[in-house]
Design a protein around this ligand. Sequence first.
Ligand SMILES: Cc1cc2nc3c(=O)[nH]c(=O)nc-3n(C[C@H](O)[C@H](O)[C@H](O)COP(=O)(O)OP(=O)(O)OC[C@H]3O[C@@H](n4cnc5c(N)ncnc54)[C@H](O)[C@@H]3O)c2cc1C
Length: 425
Amino acid sequence: MQIYDFIGIGFGPANLSVAVALSEKNMLNDNAKIMFVESKADFVWHGGMLIPEAEMQISFFKDLVTLRNPTSPFTFINYLAENDRLESFANLKHFFPRRVEYNDYLKWAAKKFKNYVKYGTKVIKIEPVVAEGSDVVEYLALHLQNISTQEKEIIYAKDISLATGISKIIPEYMRANPDIKISHSDDFLRSLETDFTQRNSDYKFVVVGSGQSAAEITLHLADEYPNAKVDLYFRNYALKPADETEFVNEIFDSDTVETFLTFDDDFREAVLENHRNTNYSVVDPKLISILYERLYYQKLIGSEQIQLHRFHELQGIDSHSKKAIFEELVDNKTVSFEFDGLFLATGYEIIATDIVKNFEEYLVYDVEDRLVLDTNYRVKTVNDDFKPKIFIQGASEHSHGMSETLLSLLAYRSGKIVARLIDSA
Ligand SMILES: Cc1cc2nc3c(=O)[nH]c(=O)nc-3n(C[C@H](O)[C@H](O)[C@H](O)COP(=O)(O)OP(=O)(O)OC[C@H]3O[C@@H](n4cnc5c(N)ncnc54)[C@H](O)[C@@H]3O)c2cc1C
């Protein structure tokens, strides 16, 4: 039986950053018993939302490694240099590259680890392996399934890092009728390619949501389909700006994680609540201005291509009339609108902790479904009879702070994980 020293589950930016940190310690060599398992066929970072003009929400300094090790060969700056764009990038005077470029950077880095990644394969179950004649859990058995052939296999790991990211939230009533073209923002560009191929058609598009994705989708649809009508519906009064001011931005610093862990639950919750407008249901202020200006100049030419509808909450779909049903929150009236395509920019949920359910009796939870992680992102275990180290990334915003689901602290977090991994205690 092949027992790996370490397996990373999911190969998005989080575990890619772990690969970089492992390589710094010379742990990725010919003898390494290390692997990453990724369900996608190849590396891509939120491919459905790689809208050509969309920009990153963080500075390029917060790449896979710079904030821990600025001399690493895996910095964004070295990526630019290797691709002969360093000087021209400097001329741009940008801190926030476009997402397509950041994806290209991540792909460039991921390619260097291709011998350690099993793509097109999903981890469908993890089970504890108990040593014969004892109660001690020595390894974990990972059940894998090949996405295209459906073939299954089991491999074993001493330690693992779960970084399975986020999963789109689609209300049940939206799944009902496959003939109706509804897609989550996660599938946005794929849906345009397959369902809306006539660029000059007068499609009626409905977009739901009030965050960054909703604003990006609205503008992209209007640009790509000049004769289409794009209606954006949201619950609140207005699109609100993401707070990215200097003092507030310190909430994404590595020091903040250390401080955050010293707070009690109620205090942490209050701080998170107070700073939700750094990340949730908010839009980059620059994009708000672009959208506002667009609407203004529409008025000048008498166009109503883009319309914003405040105080509307999506209730469901009438699949016969192909209408989206909304509640008007001001007077609780139900209204419905026809559409050719409906795009849900309604967010994501974290999926990381579902996969450890098979052995939850060994792990420490504080409230239901909420695992307790130490400062190094290792899951705390009930006792020392559980040997494998399980690291979880992206699922502990409640304890480690606002940056947990984002890219800001990839370099810091992967450094912590690898340091703990090689610490034999
Ligand atoms: C459109 C969009 C833009 C964003 N922009 C920013 C930004 O500018 N700045 C920022 O800080 N954050 C941003 N975010 C937040 C985002 O969560 C992070 O950018 C980042 O993707 C987190 O990395 P990750 O590796 O934890 O998760 P993911 O990127 O989601 O990667 C997880 C990977 O695990 C794989 N996987 C899942 N389950 C399994 C399984 N069971 N077996 C095998 N593989 C599995 C998935 O296929 C995926 O590739 C953005 C999010 C979205 C949706």
